[in-house]
Design a protein around this ligand. Structure first.
Ligand code: IMP
Length: 199
């Protein structure tokens, strides 16, 4: 009997988003902290899905129940998909996003609009007590801007420009971003898979 869902993150912002989207699943959704779990997990997978599954399985062993985990990042086509699964570690985990964002803008100097395509990717993995693992993926397509814009969001949001909205994801209201974001999409797909399994 599955009696709870643990989401493998220490990030409260992510937890708020996750709780909102999983609202109509009839199980309590706990953060690792709320579940009393501490874990340093090495993300040594080669894809977003592998990394999400590594985290979900590791935490599942410690917590029991159903465990969800995510892995996300920014893929820039002109840079052959960089920073990709290394998005958080790009230029060092402790380097500010002002510096990381400026570096990416500089690496795209002289690159024309149509070649600045990029996407945010998010994989969600669900690890069940019986060892089964499910994954979903959500993406949002955009272009790398010419300067940082906006103060909402986090990470690479200020340089991620959405042509059809005429602004960066850092200029969207949080609820608006959630409704179109890679993480929102991947989570809603996972919610449907869980519902199909009667949860
Ligand atoms: P994760 O927490 O290991 O999935 O790290 C993903 C990294 O990708 C973050 O630290 C950000 O740098 C970047 N990233 C993922 N999603 C977003 C987003 O929605 N906006 C901006 N940056 C993001």
């Amino acid at each position: 009997m599955i009696d709870k869902i643990v989401f493998a993150t220490g990030n409260e912002g992510k937890m708020r988003e996750v709780r909102l989207i999983l609202e109509d699943i009839s199980l309590p959704v706990l953060s690792m902290k709320e579940a009393g779990i501490e874990a340093e997990i090495e993300e040594n997978g080669k894809t977003f899905e592998e990394n999400a599954a590594i985290k979900a399985k590791a935490v599942q062993k410690l917590s029991g129940g159903l465990v969800l985990a995510d892995d996300s990042g920014l893929e820039i086509d002109y840079l052959n998909g960089e920073p990709g699964i290394y998005s958080a570690r790009y230029m060092g985990e402790d380097t500010s996003y002002r510096v990381k964002n400026q570096n990416l803008i500089d690496r795209l100097a002289g690159v024309k609009d149509e070649d600045r395509t990029a996407r945010f990717v998010c994989a969600i993995a669900a690890a069940f007590p019986n060892g089964e693992v499910l994954t979903t993926r959500g993406t949002i397509e955009g272009r790398i801007g010419y300067e940082e814009k906006g103060t909402n969001g986090f990470g690479y949001d200020p340089i991620f420009y959405l042509p059809e909205y005429g602004c960066s994801t850092a200029e969207l209201e949080p609820s608006e971003k959630n409704s179109i974001s890679h993480r929102g999409r991947a989570l809603r797909l996972m919610r449907e898979l869980l519902k199909e399994r009667g949860l």
